[in-house]
Design a protein. Sequence first.
Length: 138
Amino acid sequence: MTERAIGRIAGIWLVLAALNGGIAVATGAYASHGLTDQRMIELFRIAGQYQMWHALALAGVASLARLDGGRLGSPRLLAFAGWAFLAGIVLFCGALYLLALQGPSPLGAVAPVGGLSFMAGWAALVAVGVRWTLTDRR
């Protein structure tokens, strides 16, 4: 993979991180100022917290992709981590936002899949760390 391609990929992850961070701030503000029902507020806050933490994780993926530059053989693992975090945000956080706004629905069943996606993303970062630890950097 060329350095230019890696730069583009890192840029895309950073844009997605920033968008999700901004959305998390907006949903937090909406929870604090636009909702009155305590259950709805709590669901929005939980979803917003998970979305913010994983927006930061996406920023980490962008930074690691740029740092690695494809030299240590982990671009695919980093890409997997990024996609897993993004899927988790959409599925887990989206299900909580929907639950808060519409009440229980069959779509709420995707929340655990989103949670598994978050865990898969963190596992991929563990694999990147192990790979970097075992790679001779001479």
